[in-house]
Design a protein. Structure first.
Length: 307
């Protein structure tokens, strides 16, 4: 049986999502926790390695509010029991954004999984929280069935209004940014483009992505500027590189047209490198296609991106 798990985590204490030797990562902590609570086969043996696939890998220091992973279990987790007595408190959990057709194929049994979520959270570190779990088709892919992803980057450009309580998820810039110029500069990026100028090259990978939204909004009350980026997918370092380039425009170190010029040149340079990670949050993953269409889309993506 395959399960889709929704997570939130503070990325400040991690070297990113993916497992690395001698590094603390979200994937390793999650898989260790799952091995402690997911029974294996009918013997209900524990501490069996659990492999997870994630919707979007995050870099070191990057947070996630609604990260999606999938994993397999030979045991139905719905009737999982961990409490010897007493009722399990009901939790208000946000349902995933799938079509009505998909919900009919696999009914939501969220309340039945509450025990499992409580147990999993009891063995996860405090900077990772499991929020929701549901059974999905056996060929579901958290990565390839996702239709789009949303990132948010938070900046404070007024040191006198900077709140150190949010030092993990808000980047501090000690000069006022021109948000209007930043929005003007990034407007040409929206659409289907080759973002090679803003991506760390990877052999056999393309930088062509469909960017649906990229803009900056200022909250005048706390001087926090929020950048929202919504795309079908993001290449390695793409989000932080795009935001970093826009910041250079906001600081008037580059003209507004510079970003569009770099997009057309398709050449990466130091100035289009990534900005600090700590202001970045992986905010949302969307699964908006019926299962049959999602399967076909997965085939197309793998063919286009040579994965």
């Amino acid at each position: 049986m395959r399960y889709k798990l929704t997570l939130s985590y503070n990325g400040g204490g991690f070297s990113g999502w993916a497992k690395q030797p001698s590094r603390r990562t979200v994937q390793e902590e999650l898989e260790l926790a799952l091995a402690k609570v997911v029974p294996h086969q009918t013997k209900r043996e524990f501490l069996t390695p659990i492999s997870t696939i994630v919707a979007g890998r995050t870099d070191a220091g990057v947070h996630a509010r609604n990260q999606i992973v999938h994993f397999d279990s030979c045991i139905d987790l719905a009737p999982f029991r961990i409490f010897s007595s007493g009722a399990v408190p009901e939790l208000e959990l946000e349902h995933s954004s799938r079509s009505e057709e998909n919900h009919k194929l696999l009914p939501n049994r969220q309340q039945e999984y509450i025990n499992f979520l409580h147990k999993l959270n009891s063995v996860l570190p405090e900077d990772i929280v499991a929020k929701e779990i549901e059974q999905v088709p056996d060929d579901f892919s958290a990565r390839f069935w996702a239709t789009s992803r949303v990132y948010k980057y938070r900046i404070c450009d007024n040191p006198c209004r900077y709140d150190p309580i949010h030092s993990d998820d808000v980047a501090l810039i000690r000069h006022v940014l021109d948000v209007d110029k930043m929005n003007q500069a990034v407007k040409p990026l929206v659409g289907l483009n080759d973002f090679s100028a803003f991506v760390k090259p990877r052999k056999g990978q393309t930088a062509v992505r469909d960017l649906f939204r990229f803009d900056f909004e200022r909250n005048s009350e706390n001087s926090v500027i929020v950048a929202t980026l919504h795309a079908d997918a993001f290449a390695y370092n793409m989000v932080r590189s795009l935001v970093g380039s826009a910041i250079l425009v906001g600081l008037e170190k580059r003209p507004a047209q510079w970003i569009e010029e770099k997009l057309k040149e398709k050449t990466r340079e130091g100035a289009t490198g990534p900005t600090a990670a700590k202001g970045l949050t992986f905010d949302e993953v969307r699964y908006d296609l019926p299962y049959d269409e999602a399967r076909e889309r997965e085939k197309q993506i793998k063919a286009q991106r040579a994965v």
